[in-house]
Design a protein around this ligand. Sequence first.
Ligand code: M6R
Length: 615
Amino acid sequence: MCGIVGYLGRDEAYPILIKGLKRLEYRGYDSAGVALIDGQGELNVYKAKGKVSDLETYCEGKDTSGSIGIAHTRWATHGEPSATNAHPHYSASGRLALIHNGIIENYATIKENLQSLGVSFRSATDTEVLVQLIEHIQKSNDLDLLGAVQVALHQVIGAYAIAILDREHPDTLICARQSSPLVVGLGGDGDFYLASDASPIAEYTDKVVYLNDGDIAVMQLGHDLQVVNIDNEEQHPKVRQIDITLGQLEKGGYPYFMLKEIFEQPGCIRDCMRGRINVDADRITLSAVIDYREKLVAARRIIIVACGTSWHAGLIGKQLFESLCRIPVEVEYASEFRYREPVIFPDDVVIAISQSGETADTLAAIELARKSGAFVFGVCNAIGASIPRQTQTGVYIHVGPEIGVASTKAFTGQVTVLSMLALCLANERRTIDGARYKELVAELTRIPEKMEQALKTNEQIERLAPIFTYARNCLYLGRGYNYPVALEGALKLKEISYIHAEGYPAAEMKHGPIALIDSEMPVFVIATRDKLYDKVISNIQEVRARGGRVTALVTEGDERIRQFADHVIELPDTVECFQPLMAAIPLQLLAYHIAVCKGKDVDRPRNLAKSVTVE
Ligand code: M6R
């Protein structure tokens, strides 16, 4: 959701900025723009509706020279997607240009004030209000840019990551952060890179500074990075080392990132378990559990907060913690939790799950939980993101950057981490028998190999996919551990193919959705062999009796369901609690191939953003 890139150095900025914007395309956007100060001190701004490639086309033949610049991909919040509303926004005199991620909540009041002082506006955005405010302060108080930014930010309520250029100071780039991420990359030559996440920076430097809320960074060519707050107090952020390879950021021969990421899962899950499960595959060690053993073991209740796919992983976590650790668990949509008045006890453990680590609602839920005195534990993928920094401890899922907007490997990574955490706590709490613990740990280590086998269903699914492209609605059914997988399968399909899909607990179907079933309605049933197997078979019969078309995910060798399902997809056998790690794969592939057959842009579905940094 909105992307920021900036560069200040000795090289031409334009190619670096465009490449950076392309690396951020996965976040979702509807327009793009770039601002550069050329050798003559001209501040040029170019913007286009559509893709970064549309911006490139627009820039052809224009002056894109200069070794300082900022660039942006916009996901519309205030004002329709258009070149006018795209960022950067000029100040009234054309001296400043600014890009912004987030929302300025009190923009209307500020705008009215400025209008009453004679300032006019070109766009419908909250962002333009900020750049006009900064210039107005700069002029009326004779302040330098930093001083004007500080005064302006004192007046602003909301979330922002901003970067600003001043043509009077072509060697300086200023940026600021409040509740929206920003990373500064430190080049070897006193040059600087700026971005909303580390992916556009990784190919230039591995030294980064993640700005904290309230930080304002001043980058001046050849000088050390200066970080202050709005009261001009010096801040001392840590320089961190990032470990992202170019291969992780590129498609590696796959047509889409989503397919690459689906196929990466066996390797990712190995990485996720590496160093955490011992070589004998009989013990799990999580440093967060060692460091905070008492808090975690004594948890009176676990509350899981998350959104989207991460929420689905949370539903699986609930079953794991309840059955293995005997701890009651509530799973909450972060967006609902933050605005209710939830009862939170100091001995509750709140687990926040997020791939990006920047989801605004999840961050707000964490803040609420912390204020209520609960212990907050993060399960996150993006290293150094806001969620791992705002939780007391946590576990990274270590599945590498996830670029496809539809989450795939992050889901299985989250389920793997929750499985390891539940097993660890169950062992500490003695709620699991030693032999059973070892058996489950050993089975977990076999999951990557079984995932490789599950991925072999790809060809079969590719062949099946065209059958479903006509569908307007699909139903996904599952029970127990597979119910959240049904929800996740439905979410994947609607996100990228725009076919309406619903996930339901299979037995709940007869309480309503059964009315929808007819021969036009594909029904996908997760019917792997577990304690609810016979019950799921009855549910399949109910669908069949109403003319429904059933595609069943079954355990390999299952001949029973084959007799009455239209299509059968076989999965390797595993224990019940790890079945989601198998069943998710064919459902991801199914959504992918259906969307491809429908000609959709799988990695950049309409209206969606990878990282939802506004509420
Ligand atoms: O980064 P997060 O895990 O916090 O993101 C949560 C959701 O926005 C995310 O899972 C979303 O639902 C995905 N597009 C699902 O594929």
